[in-house]
Ligand binder design. Structure first.
Ligand code: NAP
Length: 358
């Protein structure tokens, strides 16, 4: 079977590099267009990177001599691929405009950026949790006047350390959640070499992150109504988001209060049995087990556990009753894999299987 051709916009960035690594030998997709800013256009990928390769594995040979295309050369990109992944560091309005331009040119966009996360007819999906939100693509296409083109996005990396664990517990009525996230420096596109101030340090502020961490779960748990996503309104979430000296992996310390308090055994059973469409369809990036619970009281640990199932699994530990809330636990997920490029690749695999790229 011929592979589907794909472009990566923001190919030189941290998330873009993850995309290229994940797609190097992908069974459905083949990268045929590397796209970045006009500054990088015309250079080979290796030249444009100029030593900025940040992955632990070496830069794959096949990308080194590919020539970068400018993101505004949409016709050129369109001639080379059937859809694009997008992860760029532009202002929100500029990202919105860029992604609309590609969608309107009939190039589907699977995005890591936050610009369209609250556009009512743009699905924001964690494939195990809300795959049915992809339905709104029909309404979005009608609004944009496209046959093929659309935008689908993934939510913020921080929420993927606690929303997977909370989702199967919604049947008990989740009233309140308090989550503190301990976020890796790769979430800011940085390494310790580029951000030495983070060594031996904690920074108690990540711009815009707390709003995203409190609101985005409600949209993921929302319903499709008349071609739009209407966010859930039955849970209140409050968060503090803290930058910690960890390369990869966001950890969350979570307190939760229910309407009908389950037993600890019920929660562990719900986590063990939580499977979604990616597991049923056997999508290539789907983890065999979505949530893995550790009985050891010193787990999950970022360094030991972030790479579970290729960084696509989520881990949890320390589930116990609390004196003020009903329960507390710790969650962990890999922010640039499950939380960024890997999560977007999983969305694309689902879109592909469901015929949205036809
Ligand atoms: P990054 O390392 O700073 O890379 C930014 C990329 O954007 C580079 O490829 C850059 O290309 C490109 N770019 C800049 N201006 C452009 C333009 N006019 N047209 C096309 N491309 C342009 O950033 P990152 O960490 O990969 O993050 C990218 C996006 O993903 C951001 O929206 C971020 O919030 C989001 N995200 C990041 C993470 C994470 O864990 N890092 C997680 C989730 C979401 P040049 O090299 O040519 O400048």
């Amino acid at each position: 079977m011929a592979k589907m051709k794909v472009g990566v916009i923001g190919a030189t960035g941290m998330v873009g590099q993850r995309f290229l690594t994940l797609l190097e030998n992908h069974p459905y997709f083949e990268v045929t267009a590397l796209v970045a800013s006009p500054r990088s256009a015309g250079k080979t990928y290796e030249e444009a990177l100029d030593g900025r390769w940040k992955m632990a594995t070496p830069l794959p040979e096949k990308y080194k001599k590919m020539v970068i295309i400018s993101s505004d050369a949409i016709d050129e990109v369109k001639a080379l691929c059937s859809f694009v992944f997008c992860a760029v560091n532009l202002k929100k309005d500029e990202v919105k405009e860029l992604e609309y331009a590609y969608a309107k040119a009939e190039i589907p966009v699977v995005s890591n950026n936050s610009a369209h996360r609250w556009t009512p007819d743009v699905p924001m999906v964690i494939p195990e949790i809300n795959p049915e939100h992809l339905e709104v693509i029909a309404a979005q296409r009608a609004r944009l006047g496209t046959k093929r083109g659309f935008i689908a996005v993934k939510p913020n990396c921080s929420i993927q350390a606690y929303v997977p664990e909370l989702t199967p517990l919604r049947k008990y009525g989740i009233k309140e959640v308090v989550a503190t996230t301990y976020q890796a420096i790769s979430g800011a596109g940085k390494t310790f070499k580029e951000w030495p101030e983070m060594i031996d340090n904690i920074i108690p502020f990540i711009g815009g992150e707390e709003e995203k961490s409190e609101q985005e779960p409600l949209r993921v748990w929302g319903k499709v109504e008349n071609g739009e996503i209407v966010k859930a309104d039955d849970t209140v979430i409050t968060t503090q988001c803290i930058r910690v000296p960890v390369t990869d992996g966001h950890t969350a310390a979570v307190f939760v209060k229910f309407e009908n308090k389950p037993t600890k055994e019920q929660i562990l059973e719900d986590w063990k049995n939580f499977r979604g469409l990616p597991q049923e369809l056997g999508l290539p990036s789907a983890p065999a087990q979505f949530i893995t619970y550790f009985e050891e009281e010193n787990r999950p640990q970022a360094k030991l556990d972030r790479d579970i199932y290729g960084g696509m699994g989520v881990t949890a530990g320390r589930l116990r009753e609390d004196a003020i809330y009903d329960y507390k636990f710790v969650g962990l997920s890999h922010n640039t894999l499950r939380g960024a490029a890997g999560g977007a690749v999983l969305i694309a695999e689902l879109l592909y299987k469901q015929g949205y790229f036809d």
